[in-house]
Design a protein around this ligand. Structure first.
Ligand code: ASP
Ligand code: MG
Length: 417
């Protein structure tokens, strides 16, 4: 059995949805479990609905929701014939759930409403694709993943309850050839919808692959495979045909947006290879990621923009020992802050972070009793794995470097944008 994940870009138009059968036909002798994201930018649009609802700008929330409804209904109208009404009825049922929710004034935390509303994107896309494939003669069943994937109630960043999820998944009857379900979402044991964090459907697909002991997971993307740098930022990027789990974990730790960072562990634990392939041309080889260690990789470049450097200086000139460091990490964990780089000195610590203003404010408030604090903004963090001297010189030439960290494998430089 194979698990496939189709992201938002693979189903953001009628043409792209009509391309899905071409891919599936090549695997018609296999049993496939297909995890699908919300179409195109639906998740972003639903986020706007929630924000406006939570501010109680209900008119705006409703108007935005109407746009989302129209977009989906326009797609079903072009895609479907004899199953059109049946599909639309199901979509209307999902829409009216949100309509009803919007009638009630919010009384709970924002993240709860976020998950109840934003999770609809995946329910809509999978419903449409399932009906379309059935009409196109590709028999399949559609499952509501909320009956399978169980999580805690940490809304918007829910943690998987592995035991319940495994038991449910193993007990679920899959279609002998194609089962379709949603990525990114799950539910609590009380039946509230939850989400796993943005771009979380890669992770959902890995959970399915792990529990079902799949032969492989394939993530179908609008790129040829994993590149050594962001093609939007660099002209001469290189496709990497083979990568190890270790390398990909490192790459995503440094901020490469290849695959959701949580995706690798469930695959690595069961040695399930991950293929990244192009849904635009499935004949291309793409990238395979597996346990095999790969040598002679090209330099891998990751750039994080809009970085902030916090300089902490002990107030009484005391050394930065285990105590302040331990206190610092406790605050990171409480505020869910992930530093991108840390440098410690005798009486100072420097922390490089993404520019999340509210979190940085909370962090500095917590630290102001122990340290004097300075903040430097508008920085960029460059990471090169497997750097060469030439590339390092070329990329750092004329940069106003604030901080540099270097190991045998990896160099990181923070400089003014
Ligand atoms: N639809 C969700 C998002 O856009 C999840 C995903 O695409 O993986 O973040
Ligand atoms: Mg996506």
């Amino acid at each position: 059995m194979k698990v496939f994940k189709f992201g938002g870009a693979s189903c953001n138009s009628v043409e792209r949805i009509q391309n899905i059968p071409n891919i599936l036909k090549q695997y018609h002798q296999e049993q496939i479990v297909m995890i699908v994201s919300a179409m195109g930018k639906t998740t972003n649009a639903l986020e706007q609905v929630v924000s406006n609802y939570y501010k109680q700008d209900n008119q705006k929330a409703k108007a935005l929701l109407e746009e989302i409804k129209e977009q989906h209904l326009l797609i079903t109208k072009s895609l479907l014939n004899h199953l059109l009404n049946e599909c639309n009825n199901k979509l209307y049922a999902y829409f009216s759930e949100i309509d009803n929710l919007l009638l009630i004034k919010p009384s709970k935390e924002f993240d709860y409403y976020y998950d109840q509303i934003v999770s609809t994107g995946e329910l809509l896309s999978t419903c449409i694709i399932s009906f379309y494939l059935n009409e196109a003669g590709i028999e399949n069943i559609l499952l509501d993943v909320r009956n399978i994937v169980k999580t805690d109630n940490n809304f918007r960043d829910a943690t998987i309850l592995w035991e319940e999820t495994s038991a449910n998944m193993v007990a679920t009857k899959l279609h002998p050839s194609l089962t379709i379900t949603q990525g990114f979402i799950g539910s609590t044991n009380n039946g509230e919808s939850t989400t796993l964090g943005r771009e979380g459907s890669d992770y959902s697909a890995a959970i399915f692959a792990n529990i079902l002991h799949a032969d492989s997971l394939t993530i179908w993307k609008d790129v040829e495979g994993v590149m050594n740098a962001d093609p939007k930022a660099f002209a001469d990027v290189q496709l990497i045909n083979e990568l190890s789990f270790n390398e990909v974990i490192e790459m995503s730790y440094y901020g490469a947006q290849v695959i959701h960072p949580k995706t690798i562990k469930p695959l690595q634990n069961k040695e399930i290879p991950l293929y990244v392939k192009s849904f635009l041309d499935s004949s291309l080889q793409g990238t395979v990621i597996s346990a095999k260690e790969i040598n002679n990789l090209p330099p891998i470049i990751v750039i994080k923009e809009k970085q902030v450097l916090i300089h902490l200086h002990t107030k009484d000139f005391s050394f930065v020992g285990e105590k302040p460091i331990a206190a610092l990490y406790k605050i990171f964990s409480a505020l869910k802050i992930k530093p991108n780089l840390i440098q410690t000195g005798a009486i100072s610590i420097q922390i490089c972070l993404d520019n999340w203003e509210d979190k940085i404010e909370q962090l500095t408030a917590h630290l102001s009793t122990l340290f004097t604090i300075q903040k430097q903004i508008d920085l960029e963090l460059l990471t090169i794995r497997h750097y060469t001297k030439d590339l390092k010189n070329k990329m750092l030439n004329k940069k106003n470097i604030i901080l540099l960290q270097q190991t045998k494998e990896t160099i990181q430089a923070l400089y003014l944008m």
